[in-house]
Design a protein around this ligand. Structure first.
Ligand SMILES: *Cc1c(COP(=O)(O)O)cnc(C)c1O
Length: 375
């Protein structure tokens, strides 16, 4: 089997090469490398796609989260509730801003924030809650939104892994991921579902006062050039990246469909193996499979990964050390937090290749080998 990868960006690029090459050359020809119409058009197109009023493009997904927290005007020591079972960026920005991360557990099936854990973690110092739509599955937003509203706490959606997904409320209304939080953040890192050819990110909100503030913070705290009203940062999306993203946004729905089709194939192949639990798909959400992550039991997970590698099948552990146990956060003394599901998942998850270009031949090769190795 040739060159299997977790994400195959080369084959995806080759399918849209003429459009992408033309867009990149147009930016180079214009020599407008910062700002310009591609960035403003992308913001408008993303706002329409996700269904929000305002989109502020920025340099990456981590900046998006940092700027979101800065816009809420939090003070050192304010508490921010996040899952521990997430990429470190969600939590790092909390610590960076002098805020206190408060970790909650996740559901063993959806891998997203457990609402009851959040309820129990709320204190008078809780000033934000960050649900993460991990692996492409939307967190259970309806009860989270009700809880946040009851306590008047802003919700920041970390939508880095789930753009294109959606969620259905009990009244039947649906909403795209990234449209439900007070502020939502996404990343355009190349391997994300909507990835550019470098770094990129964006911030989403329906609140026009917050939108103004987010825009200022991302631009050195200025509204009028050289008049700096507040401490901000420098976080811009490059024009070339915006031009690429405008093209890829048109393909996002079909990219999500392709990921789901690969997930369907995996699900079927693994359905009858008692040692494998395939990803749960919440009935009130459309999963966009940023990752295809199995839970294995009665299997030496790390050895399985090694054996797969010898057969040229890449796999990944997202994430081998949950945030609450990271040395970075030692000062918060969270290593012994009671997060049984998070601790359990750390030892049994394994993610297989998932992207928009997987062929049936590749899926067959991967599943055959996984089943053979697991026995
Ligand atoms: C990728 C990711 C981020 C950070 O995005 P960058 O663009 O790499 O800074 C934040 N949160 C989650 C859950 C992510 O997967």
């Amino acid at each position: 089997m040739h060159n299997l990868q977790m994400v195959d960006l080369k084959r995806q690029y080759l399918k849209i090469k003429p459009e992408i090459d033309a867009a990149i050359h147009q930016v180079i020809d214009s020599t407008m490398f910062i700002g310009g119409s591609d960035v403003t058009h992308l913001a408008t197109e993303l706002a329409a796609y996700v269904g929000v009023q305002h989109v502020i493009p920025c340099a990456n997904g981590t900046d998006a989260l940092q700027i979101a927290l800065m816009a809420l005007g939090l003070k050192p020591g304010d508490e921010v509730i996040t899952p521990s079972f997430t990429y470190i960026a969600t939590v790092e920005v909390v610590a960076l801003l002098g805020l206190t991360p408060v970790f909650v557990d996740v559901h063993p099936d959806t891998f997203t924030m457990n609402v009851e854990s959040v309820r129990a973690a709320i204190t008078p110092s809780t000033k934000a809650i960050i649900p993460v739509h991990l692996y492409g599955q939307c967190a259970d937003m309806e009860p989270l939104m009700a809880l946040a509203e009851a306590h008047n706490i802003p919700l920041i959606e970390d939508n880095a892994q789930a753009i294109g997904g959606n969620y259905t409320f009990s009244d039947g209304k649906t909403a795209k991921t990234g449209s439900m939080g007070t502020i939502s953040c996404t990343s355009f890192f190349p391997s994300k579902n909507l990835g550019c050819y470098g770094d990129g990110g964006a911030i989403f909100t329906n609140d026009s006062v917050l939108a103004e503030k987010l825009k200022m913070i991302a631009n050195h705290g200025q509204k009028v050039r050289y008049y700096h009203e507040m401490v901000g940062c420098n976080s811009r999306l490059d024009t070339i990246q915006a031009a690429i993203l405008r093209i890829k946004l048109r393909h996002l729905d079909s990219y999500c469909d392709a990921r789901r089709a690969a997930a369907d194939y995996y699900d079927q192949a693994f359905a009858n193996n008692p040692k494998i639990t395939t990803p749960f798909r919440a009935p009130n959400a459309v999963h966009v499979f940023h990752q295809y992550t199995l839970k294995v039991n009665g299997v030496d997970r790390n050895d399985l990964q090694k054996q797969l590698a010898t057969r040229s099948i890449p796999s990944m552990i997202y994430y081998p050390v949950p945030c609450h146990k990271q040395q970075m956060l030692e000062a918060f003394g969270t290593a012994d937090n009671d997060l049984p599901v998070t601790n359990m998942l750390q030892d049994c998850v394994i993610s297989l290749p998932i992207h928009t270009e997987l062929t049936e031949e590749e899926l067959s090769y991967i599943t055959k080998n996984v089943l053979e190795l697991i026995g």
